[in-house]
Design a protein around this ligand. Structure first.
Ligand SMILES: *[C@@H]1O[C@H](CO)[C@@H](O)[C@H](O)[C@H]1NC(C)=O
Ligand SMILES: *[C@@H]1O[C@H](CO)[C@@H](O)[C@H](O)[C@H]1NC(C)=O
Ligand SMILES: *[C@@H]1O[C@H](CO)[C@@H](O)[C@H](O)[C@H]1NC(C)=O
Ligand SMILES: *[C@@H]1O[C@H](CO)[C@@H](O)[C@H](O)[C@H]1NC(C)=O
Ligand SMILES: *[C@@H]1O[C@H](CO)[C@@H](O)[C@H](O)[C@H]1NC(C)=O
Length: 572
């Protein structure tokens, strides 16, 4: 028998198919092996930082890795002039609190339980220490609330189901101590509060946009958990007041006065003093489901693209005129691509992220401030305090695209950190990126964020089966249906089959839920949506072009299609 005429052709096709499946699985197992190796490397980094803290600094706040000593830095955070430092304060185990959720993510349940027991018996907030409300909220309240949610999640199997809400008791005690800060004529909170005595006499009334606008996740969650609405109301009132202070260009300043509600610094960007304000608008929408938050985020996102963006970079501008003020890249801005991933703007996120990574490669780490107009480092802000933002964005972009290039980026970040910042006593901040001279400080966010995002980049099994958002300090909060506002009756479909299918779709992880709708068509055309969250839900579609804003890559206006989706054709 002779083979059919087309034998050779089909055989060729078959072998091609086999070959490609083979190379595919080979490269998959290669990358799986690399991810496993990198995960172990990050785990070792975390424990090197953690064990040194526990040995040389605990229960003080942070580790000094060069001298193997400690600093009680909670009252120094944000306190640039180191004013009103306490005389009788010996730390709040800040780094331990910041490590709780990382311990769970890395699967160390016994150490987590040991830490919770220590805190429940020994931690007190009845201390004569003046602290920064913003810093204490994101690090301490956020750390406690997130760890409480993990401890009481039955699927995590912590405390063999016998957890007694000890962390929630601590969080509520701290939350109560925050409330006097909001007692101002405007409802905008003081930046500083004494944990024992409340607002000091003659306390400064100056605060930042982030200071007033990034409290809602932690305080909102505290209200949901305790049933006491005061925390959420205080944070919401401050956010609404801040919102009412936007300029006609829908821009915000950086610093303001809480007594008068007037702006002090009119220039702002997406970095220091403002960053987490934008972040919390979008994340509050995801966590609490309120439409208001989405509308606020969307309108400010468009304003940011319009007035701050220059190609892949973001400069600062005057909120009144929109005119560019400072042409500077700052290390904190590197979080922005991560936020853009949640928003669905993968294309723009990728291009900004690449630029930040170029700078990282050039210096070995990210310098705090780089002058874009002079193409040089800022004369004094040449430091790199182990910040997480680039790792964070890399993690988000990998989740959304699964492009193995981001794994390479993560590997490069891990290698630099080990090469330049690892010392016998922990990980030290870089004082000057031109000399790589070190500074005697291991910030708690290195454990809460830098190590955590790198670990999750290589192993995201923690997120399978649950939706989480991460606070600005990297503490995970589960997205729970019960925390979402109830949908008005009009949205409840009469066909329950569809309803059930939608409920099932909602159980995929938050990251995959937020995946980018951007796609390249066969024709090579690239289409992308500015309102990904809108696309994901039928009640979120656009009505007019105005809802779609400006495309982040081309600066062209997007339009709302007949079918009610935002879109823009980009030729690449
Ligand atoms: C948990 O952390 C402690 C303290 O670093 C360590 O001794 C222990 O080996 C860790 N356990 C696991 C399972 O990683
Ligand atoms: C509380 O701290 C004391 C002193 O360090 C220690 O002996 C005790 O074991 C701690 N409590 C717990 C539950 O770890
Ligand atoms: C508050 O400021 C006023 C005016 O500057 C001053 O007289 C007073 O002593 C200050 N009070 C405190 C407690 O510092
Ligand atoms: C990111 O940008 C690079 C270079 O422009 C491109 O090669 C890559 O495909 C992009 N990745 C994604 C996920 O858009
Ligand atoms: C509900 O929708 C599904 C899928 O569209 C359809 O198969 C089913 O017949 C519908 N059921 C009713 C009661 O309309």
């Amino acid at each position: 028998m002779f083979p059919p005429r087309n034998y050779s052709a089909s055989c060729f096709l078959l072998s091609l198919l086999l070959l490609s499946t083979f190379t595919l699985s080979l490269s998959q197992s290669h990358s799986a092996a690399k991810k496993k190796r990198m995960r172990e490397k990050v785990r070792q980094m975390f424990y090197h930082a953690y064990d040194n803290y526990m040995t040389h600094a605990f229960p003080h706040d942070e580790l000094k890795p060069l001298t193997k000593s400690f600093t009680d830095s909670l009252s120094e955070l944000g306190n640039l002039k180191l004013e009103h430092l306490p005389r009788d304060y010996s730390g709040s185990a800040l780094t331990l609190i910041e490590s709780l959720s990382s311990l769970v993510i890395m699967g160390n349940n016994t150490e987590f339980e040991r830490a919770v027991l220590w805190l429940s018996e020994n931690l007190t907030f009845d201390v004569d220490a003046r602290i920064n409300l913003f810093e204490c909220n994101i690090r301490v309240l956020g750390g406690l609330v997130s760890a409480h949610l993990l401890a009481s999640d039955p699927s995590k199997k912590l405390f063999q189901g016998a957890y007694n809400n000890q962390l929630l008791v601590l969080a509520e005690d701290l939350g109560k101590r925050f409330l006097p800060a909001f007692n101002t004529p405007t409802g905008l909170p003081y930046a500083w509060i004494n944990l024992k005595y409340g607002v000091m006499e003659n306390e400064t009334t100056e605060t930042s946009t982030s200071g007033c606008g990034s409290l809602i996740l932690e305080m909102g969650a505290l209200s949901k958990l305790t049933g006491d609405p005061r925390y959420e109301s205080a944070a919401l009132r401050a956010l609404r007041k801040l919102w009412s202070m936007q300029s006609s260009l829908k821009l915000f300043g950086t610093t303001l006065d809480v007594a008068t509600g007037q702006w002090i610094e009119y220039s702002s960007g997406i970095g220091a003093g403002v960053d987490s304000f934008y972040e919390y608008l979008l994340k509050a929408h995801i966590l609490f489901g309120k439409e208001d938050f989405w509308r606020m985020f969307h309108s400010s996102y468009i304003a940011v693209q319009k007035y701050f963006r220059h190609g892949p970079w973001y400069h600062e501008a005057d909120m009144r005129t929109g005119r560019a003020t400072y042409w500077q890249l700052t290390s904190l801005q590197a979080f922005w691509p991560g936020l853009q991933v949640l928003m669905g703007d993968i294309f723009a996120a990728n291009s900004s992220h690449r630029e930040f990574f170029h700078v990282w490669k050039r210096f070995g780490v990210l310098p705090e401030r780089y002058l874009l107009d002079h193409q040089m480092l800022h004369p004094t802000e040449k430091y790199y305090p182990l910040r997480p933002e680039l790792a964070e964005s890399t993690f988000y972009l990998y989740q959304a695209t699964k492009d193995p290039w981001y794994i390479e980026v993560g590997e490069s970040i891990v290698n630099s950190l080990n090469l330049y910042t690892k010392v016998e006593g922990g990980f030290a901040s870089v004082k000057d990126v031109t000399t790589m001279q070190l500074e005697d400080h291991q910030h708690s966010f290195f454990l809460a964020e830098t190590c955590k995002y790198l670990y999750l980049l290589f192993d995201d099994s923690f997120m399978l089966g649950s939706n989480y958002i991460f606070t600005t300090e990297g503490h995970p909060l589960p997205v729970l249906n019960t925390w979402h506002e109830e949908l008005p009756e009009a949205y409840i479909p009469t066909n329950w089959t569809i309803m059930k299918r939608q409920a099932a779709a909602n159980r995929v992880s938050a990251m995959s839920l937020q995946e980018c709708p951007a796609m390249t068509l066969n024709s090579g055309q690239h289409i992308e949506s500015c309102c990904h969250i809108s696309d994901a839900r039928s009640d979120h579609r656009c009505l007019t072009d105005e809802d779609c804003g400006v495309d982040a890559t081309t600066c062209r206006r997007r339009s709302c299609s007949m079918a009610g989706y935002c879109g823009l054709w980009i030729f690449i």
